[in-house]
Design a protein around this ligand. Structure first.
Ligand code: HEM
Length: 317
C-alpha cells in the first residue's frame, strides 16, 4: 500500500477507526503510584507488538488502541493535558445511574480472530506485570450479523469515511493533541429474561428499529431517537461506536461492552445525559430498563505519534 501522507498539523492517529471486527478484547487497568515508568516504557512499543503478533495474519487486521484516564495523565505525562480530558461524571437519573469507575489505561484490541486479541493482551500484561492492576477484562465477539444480545443489529448509523474521521479525531481545537480521540466505555449487563418476555413489537419500540430487517421506525423516546442529537445548526452530533457483545451463559451474564470514540467528549456525554437523566416529556431511555451500566470511564486516546514519544515525554518532566 502507498504510504499515508502525514500532515504536520494532524499526526497519525491510533487505529480508532478500525473496521468492525469479529473479535475484541477490552482491558482496563489502574496504575498504582510507582508503575508510571513501566507504562511509559510500554506505550512506544505497542505498535511493534501489534505488528509482531499480527504480521503473519494480515487478513485478521489486529489493532490495539490505548487510552489514558484523566488522573493517570498527570502522573504519566504532566502538563500539557488534552483540553477536554476529565474524569467520567456519574449521572444519577430518577431510575438508572451511569456509574463512574476507576481506569487509568484502556486497551481496545480488535481482530478477525480472538486468539490474536488474546495473544496481544497477554503480552501487554506481561510487560505491565507488577506495575498495573487489572480492573476489567472483557473478551467480546461478533454475534450473528452484528447483533447485540438483545437481538438487534448494532452499529448501523455509525458515520463512515471522512465523516467518521471528522467525528472522532481531534484537530485544530487542541493543536498539541491533534490526531487523538476521546473514548467513553461502559460495561452493560442485560436482563435478558425480562427482555425476552416482551413481544418483538414492544422491543422494536424500545430500540426504534425493526428487529429482523433493521429499519428505522421513528418512535419518539426510543433509544435511537434519544441518541439523535442535533447541534444549534440542526446538524447531527456524531460519535463512532464499536460496542460488542460478551457474556457467560453459565453465570447468567449477557452484556454489551459499549465504547464510543469522539472528537469532543461532550457529544457522548450529552447522549448519556439524555439516556439516564431523560428528556422533558419522554423520561429516560427505555433500553436502560433492560441494561445496567456497571462501569463507566473516559479516556483520551493520543495520536500514534504521541505514543511513540511517550517514554521521552515522561522522562522530560
Ligand atoms: C443506536 C444498542 C448504548 C448511542 C443503537 C442501535 C442499537 C443500539 C441496536 C440501532 C442501530 C445503530 O444505529 O447502531 C445499544 C445498546 C446499548 C447502547 C444495547 C447498551 C445497553 C448506547 C450508549 C450511547 C448510544 C451508551 C451513547 C453514549 C447510540 C447512537 C445510535 C445508537 C448515537 C445511533 C442513533 C441514530 O440512529 O442516529 N444503539 N446502544 N448507545 N446508539 Fe446505542
Amino acid at each position: 500500500a502507498p504510504p499515508v501522507p502525514r500532515s504536520p498539523s494532524r499526526p497519525q492517529p491510533q487505529p480508532v477507526l478500525g473496521p468492525p471486527a469479529p473479535a475484541a478484547l477490552f482491558l482496563v487497568v489502574t496504575v498504582p503510584p510507582g508503575g508510571e515508568e513501566t507504562v511509559r516504557g510500554l506505550l512506544p512499543d505497542l505498535a511493534g507488538l501489534q505488528r509482531s503478533i499480527g504480521f503473519a495474519s494480515p487478513e485478521a487486521a489486529l489493532t490495539c488502541v490505548a487510552g489514558v484516564g484523566s488522573d493517570a495523565w498527570d502522573r504519566l505525562f504532566g502538563a500539557p493535558r488534552p483540553a477536554a480530558l476529565h474524569p467520567f461524571e456519574e449521572l444519577r437519573g430518577p431510575r438508572h445511574t451511569a456509574v463512574s469507575t476507576p481506569g487509568d489505561l484502556l486497551f481496545h484490541i480488535r481482530a478477525g480472530r480472538p486468539d490474536l486479541c488474546f495473544a496481544l493482551a497477554a503480552e501487554v500484561l506481561r510487560r505491565l506485570r507488577g506495575a498495573v492492576v487489572v480492573v476489567d477484562e472483557v473478551q467480546a465477539f461478533k454475534y450473528f450479523d452484528s447483533r447485540n444480545l438483545l437481538g438487534f443489529v448494532d452499529g448501523t448509523e455509525n458515520p463512515v469515511g471522512q465523516g467518521a474521521a471528522d467525528a472522532v479525531l481531534t484537530g485544530e481545537e487542541d493543536a498539541g493533541f491533534a490526531g487523538g480521540s476521546y473514548a467513553v466505555v461502559q460495561k452493560y449487563l442485560h436482563d435478558v429474561d425480562s427482555w425476552e418476555a416482551l413481544a418483538v413489537e414492544a422491543q422494536e419500540k424500545v430500540i426504534g428499529r425493526t428487529k429482523l430487517t433493521n429499519l428505522e421506525l421513528g418512535v419518539p423516546g426510543s433509544h435511537v431517537e434519544v441518541n439523535t442529537v442535533l447541534d444549534g445548526d440542526g446538524r447531527e452530533q456524531r460519535v463512532v461506536r464499536a460496542a460488542m457483545p460478551f457474556g457467560r451463559p453459565g453465570q447468567g451474564e449477557f452484556g454489551t461492552y459499549f465504547i464510543s470514540y469522539a472528537r469532543d467528549p461532550h457529544v457522548p456525554e450529552t447522549m448519556l445525559r439524555r439516556m439516564f437523566l431523560g428528556l422533558p416529556g419522554t423520561g429516560h431511555d427505555p433500553i436502560l430498563d433492560f441494561s445496567r451500566a456497571v462501569t463507566g470511564t473516559l479516556f483520551f486516546v493520543p495520536s500514534a505519534d504521541f505514543l511513540d514519544e511517550a517514554a521521552e515525554r515522561g522522562a522530560a518532566r
